[in-house]
Design a protein around this ligand. Structure first.
Ligand code: SAH
Ligand code: SF4
Length: 375
């Protein structure tokens, strides 16, 4: 028998549980598994903020919720608080700053047109990878997010996307703060939860995981046949140029990274998106584009060009539109499709970690000031 001195079992977040895990918990609590469907629906489809007053819950489920869910119970149900919000000048992009239960803050972005909304969520508070131009990298690593903290962002984005009669989220990108493949298990659990058809029901084919190039994670995604899209952030096509921007490139040099990408495309049959932040005078010349084209030779790929969003910790500016188009021209001539991030929404969407950084600095300059190409 446990003595009074024995530690209490740690409380668990209800949003961390997959459908199968929730079902198991209810069965352990003496309920029929069918109650899991009702509870799951309330949590992940109806996006209920409070489970205490759910008329469709049958008495055994009501009792379970009363006995098991609460700040002093086995399971907690807490949602991050929205402590900052900015809307792009065209009203199509909304950036939220969310405070987690321990006070950490992360960013979530909702962007796009009605019915085609995309959520961009964070997977860590801070990041260990240290990319020099990235506001999240500049703040260093704080901690991993739990699955439920990633799910809660998607939930919050869904609420934002459904306001004013909109139909809701269609796409999800893991391009917010943090490196998803450095928090692999929590990210995979979160994606399983948000894809469950009885809940948020996102399609795996509409989800993109963006990585700085964590080779073991890329190989694991391929070996596990995860059904999501992959984006790899390159920014340089030689190790020397890349590691100046992406220091972690020393750990996984391009030869290893590209071998992993080839394995990924072979094993999954899916092309890879390659991200390239365009920095004026640093990695945006036709010669840089030519080296990128050679590097990507023989890989099913698409390049996403992102003009730099300047941050306090890095001296550099965005490539001009004409230079970006010349870069694209070289890629096109080599048969590599590319997109240039639209002007739309860029004022709030670009540059993960900046809203948090702006808050932290209590910066005088407006975080919502439009940032776009100089024509
Ligand atoms: N850690 C992952 C995902 C988050 S960053 C990764 O690095 O891929 C998502 C994308 O935004 C990356 O391609 C990253 O290089 C880019 N990015 C970060 N800071 C930026 C900035 N200030 N301007 C433009 N792109 C930026
Ligand atoms: Fe981390 Fe991605 Fe930012 Fe690099 S760009 S520091 S990997 S969040």
């Amino acid at each position: 028998m446990a003595s009074d001195a024995s530690p209490k079992p740690a409380k668990r977040a209800l949003l961390d549980l997959t459908f199968a895990a929730l079902e198991r918990e209810l069965v352990v609590g003496g309920l029929r598994p069918a109650h899991a469907k009702t509870l799951w629906r309330a949590l992940h489809r109806d996006l209920a903020a409070d489970l205490a007053d759910q008329s469709e819950f049958l008495p055994p489920l009501r009792r379970w919720v009363m006995e098991q869910v609460g700040s002093d119970r086995t399971f907690t149900l807490r949602f991050p608080e929205v402590i900052g919000e900015i809307l792009s000048s065209d009203q199509l992009t909304r950036k939220l700053l969310l405070r987690l239960s321990d006070g950490q803050t992360v960013e979530t972005v909702v962007m796009g047109f009605t019915g085609r909304e995309t959520a961009c969520v964070s997977t860590q508070a801070g990041c260990v990878m240290g990319c020099v131009f990235c506001a999240t990298g500049q703040m260093g690593f704080v901690r991993h997010l739990a699955p439920g903290e990633i799910v809660a962002q998607v939930r919050q984005a869904q609420i934002a996307a459904k306001t004013s009669g909109k139909s809701g989220l269609r796409n999800l990108v893991l391009m917010g703060m943090g490196e998803p493949l450095h928090n692999y298990d929590a990210v995979m659990t979160a994606l399983e939860i948000v894809c469950h058809p009885r809940g948020l029901g996102l399609a795996p084919g509409h989800i993109t995981i963006s990585t700085v190039g964590v080779v073991p994670g890329i190989l694991r995604l391929a070996a596990e046949q995860r059904p999501y899209h992959l984006a790899v952030s390159l920014h340089g096509a030689t190790d020397e140029e890349r590691t100046a921007l992406v220091p972690i490139g020393r750990r996984w040099p391009l030869v290893e990274l590209m071998a992993a990408c080839r394995t990924y495309t072979r094993q999954t049959g899916r092309r890879i998106f390659f991200e390239w932040t365009l920095i004026a005078g640093t990695n945006d010349s036709p010669e840089h584009a030519g080296r990128l084209a050679v590097l990507l030779g023989g890989i099913e790929s698409q390049v996403n060009l992102i003009p730099l969003n300047p941050t306090d910790g890095y001296v550099g500016s965005a490539t001009r539109k004409g230079t970006a188009q010349a870069f694209q021209h070289v890629l096109r001539a080599a048969g590599i499709p590319s997109t240039l991030r639209q002007r739309r929404g860029i004022d709030v969407a670009a540059g993960c970690g900046q809203l948090r950084a702006d808050r932290a600095n209590a910066d005088a300059k407006s975080p919502g000031a439009p940032l776009a190409f100089q024509d």
